[in-house]
Design a protein around this ligand. Structure first.
Ligand SMILES: Nc1nc2c(ncn2[C@@H]2O[C@H](COP(=O)(O)OP(=O)(O)OP(=O)(O)O)[C@@H](O)[C@H]2O)c(=O)[nH]1
Ligand SMILES: [Mg+2]
Length: 327
């Protein structure tokens, strides 16, 4: 008997496949069991998942600090990964503390942060991963630290406006440019697999509450790169609310809500896809098996009549609601 698994199930299965820790795998398995249709066709699968779940729950936690664990590899979570970059004491940890629930170390002495600390920031109905980092200086960089920047989706350069902003910018740009980490927005460097090697970046100007009156404008005008600049103060909260929207816009992603035929759409947990993704990209992202069976979709959203039938190559827009129809 066919199992007739749903997009919700495949979404949870994807979460399971990508889970980096046992705890996360357990959460994903529990979610798979919760959303799995209840009928004869799923009995075997259900039993199998239950077995996997109890095995994971019994497994002893892996020894902490396994010999070759790379502390600078932070598994991606949420709709995108944003990594902070900056010199000592510039206010990186304060930003992560303000936007996420992560336990970070804010201190009035330099090098207070010694390892990456991830947290989840909220933008409307999605979660974006924000990573606090140890600082860099003109001549010091922790071994392996470059790896975190290589692996991320967006780099947030943090500059303390109350200190020598031009010098901090020089240090950060030297670091990024010497490693080909900065995306040239015009050319966009690709490797042989079509992946973008370099990363998009923007600038968070911190400590606006104690900065000179034109520190922000001076930095912006003197910068050789045409970054987006956001001025904030973690002390007073000014400007912090602009950050999640900036992450979202620079991550260049869209949110899509799935709607089972004849039912209301799930407006709580959108799928996130790169901007420019099509209906078949969405199906593929949910599960290959679904993508193969997909015939057409109906859409409610931008540039279409409500409920319009569209082909698999139709390009999706942020906040589209989609009903997938299978053969
Ligand atoms: N006045 C003011 N002080 C701030 C602001 N943001 C951070 N600070 C202070 O600056 C100091 C350094 O802040 P952190 O957030 O720890 O800086 P960091 O960049 O994480 O420092 P490292 O971990 O050493 O790289 C702390 O004493 C903070 O309280 C701000 O917006 N305004
Ligand atoms: Mg810090």
């Amino acid at each position: 008997m066919p199992a007739n698994l749903t997009p919700e199930y495949f979404k949870a299965e994807k979460w399971f496949r990508e889970a980096a820790t046992t705890d996360e795998k357990i959460l994903a398995l529990e979610q798979m069991l919760r959303v799995m249709p209840r009928h004869k066709g799923t009995d075997h699968l259900r039993a199998d998942l239950r077995r996997k779940l109890s095995k994971l729950k019994e497994a002893p936690a892996k020894k902490a600090g396994a010999k070759h664990a790379d502390i600078f590899y932070v598994p991606r979570s949420g709709a995108g990964q944003v990594v902070l970059l900056g010199t000592p004491n510039c206010g990186k940890s304060s930003i992560v503390a303000a936007l996420t629930n992560a336990k970070v170390n804010v201190a009035d002495f330099p090098f207070a942060t010694g390892a990456p600390v991830p947290g989840m920031a909220t933008f409307e109905d999605i979660q974006i991963q924000l990573i606090d980092m140890p600082p860099i200086t003109a001549d010091y960089l922790a071994p392996g630290q470059v790896g975190t920047y290589r692996n991320c989706d967006l780099i947030a350069i943090c500059i303390d406006l109350s200190a020598d902003a031009a010098e901090q910018m020089r240090i950060c740009l030297d670091f990024l440019e010497s490693r080909n980490l900065l995306l040239d927005e015009q050319t966009g460097e690709l490797d042989e697999h079509g992946n973008v090697l370099a990363k998009r970046a923007f600038c968070i100007c911190t400590k606006s509450d104690i900065a000179g009156t034109d520190a922000f404008q001076t930095l912006k005008q003197s910068c050789k790169r045409s970054f987006e600049f956001v001025e904030v103060s973690a002390e007073t909260g000014t400007g912090l609310d602009k950050l999640p929207a900036t992450f979202f816009s620079l991550l260049n992603i869209i949110r899509i809500y799935a709607k089972p035929p004849g039912k209301k759409p799930d407006m709580t947990e959108p799928f996130t896809l790169p901007a420019g993704a099509s209906v078949s990209d969405l199906a593929n992202d949910i599960h290959r098996e679904l993508a193969d069976k997909l015939k057409f979709a109906r859409i409610w959203g931008t540039g279409v009549h409500p409920g319009q039938n569209v082909q698999l190559n139709h390009i999706l827009n942020d906040k589209d609601i989609i009903e997938l129809h299978f053969a």
